[in-house]
Design a binder for this molecule. Structure first.
Ligand code: FAD
Ligand code: NAD
Length: 399
């Protein structure tokens, strides 16, 4: 007799937690679990701003997938998903035959939101995955090496578009990296420009004002220029053009202006809002009892009303979704029912400003400086622990 087939797409925070939970909660004769991911490794998205600035090697932000899953229980296919045919319960892959499922969990993460801004896709860099951050670091270094010969200011002007958490964390890493980079290329530090442009009236819109002021003061003291209330309207090969027409010439524009759901989800025919799916209380896609969406491609609202803002897409909620599904879907596969809805429990937010500085709110406590930076490292270590236990923490963890 054939057993139910569960297929999980994407080995990010949501997908990996789902796969590991199902493998733990179901016996081998109860379900066949398949995990598909385009790379052989999981990248720790929450650390990608570090290799993008060059403050750590990209190997610190990735973990081999077979090393953190039970490969006797989970069949791992390294391939790129090219489509989902929900009517036929089939997933299409680039290099392998299509795979059939009884239950599908989609955890394919996000894509940059460019709001149709002219030239961004062609001319800007994105902090997205290992390949993209490696490219940013190498490009930046090459531009610095050219400056030593050409002396053109735009070669050592870095524009970061968007001062949300990704933008701020990246700028924080850049200020840590600059002294070393300038030494390497014999460039006076004061010649380098790091410009962070934000459309909203403040940096980190919506976040605690006292903490935002702390971050801005810290980063400005390190030489960062903030331009707020001013959207980027175009990105060219020479730099960016801001609302009002001002141009900032820059050879390195990094776009951190927001994310949307993975386009494969939209293309599958599931109803979406900016590529994200408003899932039901069991994380199911509307109209599809056997299709679950976790992570950045899902939309979860705090209450019943759609007038509220959905929870922001974070590793924290993605992890909790995966943990939830790892338990609850196991019950359903066994022929039972969901016995509780998904309820997100926000634990707080901590954003790094480089290696030794951070800001955050944990519970009702505001944290800054070294305490916040320490908390950020604990959060990073917790993810390593969830992924691969103490041995992974010892292998990859950094305090
Ligand atoms: P992801 O972790 O993005 O994983 C998706 C997986 O799917 C990847 O392995 C990808 O390779 C794979 N995939 C995609 N397309 C395909 C395809 N076609 N075929 C096969 N595989 C595919 N959140 C926090 O809570 N705390 C933080 O401190 C934090 N810091 C961040 C710092 C940065 C620089 C960034 C960019 C984001 C940060 N976030 C943070 C947000 C967080 O990283 C995301 O919300 C989280 O990664 C989403 O998890 P996910 O499971 O949806 O997908
Ligand atoms: P975001 O949507 O949170 O921020 C994007 C910023 O870009 C916004 O402030 C927006 O006003 C600005 N922007 C948009 N269009 C612009 C334009 N034309 N010109 C200039 N600025 C523009 O996106 P993000 O920072 O990439 O974060 C994505 C998700 O990941 C969020 O949910 C965030 O909470 C999460 N995240 C969390 C952490 C953390 O917890 N430490 C770190 C990074 C990201």
């Amino acid at each position: 007799m054939s057993i139910p087939k569960i297929v999980i797409l994407g080995a990010g925070y949501g997908g990996l937690m789902t796969a590991k939970g199902l493998a733990k909660n179901l016996n081998a004769n109860e379900a066949e679990i398949t995990l598909v991911n385009q790379n052989s490794y999981h990248y720790i998205t929450t650390k990608l701003h570090e290799p993008a600035a060059g403050t750590s090697h990209h190997d610190h932000a990735r973990v081999s997938i077979p090393s953190v899953i039970d490969t006797n229980r989970i069949r791992f296919i390294q391939d790129r998903v090219t489509g989902m045919k929900l009517g036929e319960k089939t997933v299409l892959l680039e290099n392998n035959d299509p795979i059939q499922y009884d239950y599908l969990v989609v955890g394919l993460g996000s894509a940059p939101e460019t709001f149709g801004i002219k030239g961004l896709l062609e001319n800007a860099f994105f902090i997205r995955n290992i390949n993209s951050v490696r490219m940013i670091r190498e490009h930046m270094e090459y531009m610095f090496s050219r400056y030593a010969i050409e002396k053109k200011e735009e070669l050592i002007t870095i524009v970061v578009g968007g001062a949300g958490f990704t933008g701020i964390e990246y700028v924080g890493e850049l200020v840590d990296r600059m002294p070393e980079l300038c030494r390497d290329y014999d460039i006076p530090l004061e010649k380098v420009r790091i410009v962070n442009v934000e459309a909203a009236p403040t940096v980190l819109p919506g976040f605690d004002k006292e903490l935002v002021d702390y971050a801005v003061k810290y980063l400005e003291n390190k030489g960062v220029e903030f331009i707020v209330n001013t959207p980027i309207e175009e990105c060219t090969k020479d730099g960016v053009i801001l609302k009002g027409g001002r141009e900032i010439k820059s050879a390195t524009v990094v776009w951190t202006g927001g994310v949307r759901g993975n386009k494969l989800v939209e293309e599958s025919g599931i109803e979406t809002m900016r590529g994200r799916v408003k899932v039901d209380e069991y994380l199911r896609a509307p109209g599809h009892e056997n299709v679950f969406i976790v992570g950045d491609s899902s939309l979860v609202f705090p209450g019943e009303s759609e007038n509220e803002r959905p929870y922001p897409p974070t590793a924290q909620i993605s992890t909790q979704q995966g943990q939830y599904l790892g338990k609850q879907l196991a019950k359903v596969v066994r022929g039972g029912q969901f016995d509780q809805p998904f309820k997100y429990q926000p634990k707080g937010t901590v954003a790094s400003l480089g290696r030794k500085e951070a800001i955050g709110v944990v519970g009702n406590k505001k944290l800054t400086g070294g305490t916040a930076a320490f908390m950020k490292k604990i959060i990073d270590l917790r993810w390593l622990f969830l992924l691969g236990g103490v041995s992974l923490v010892l292998r990859k963890g950094k305090l």
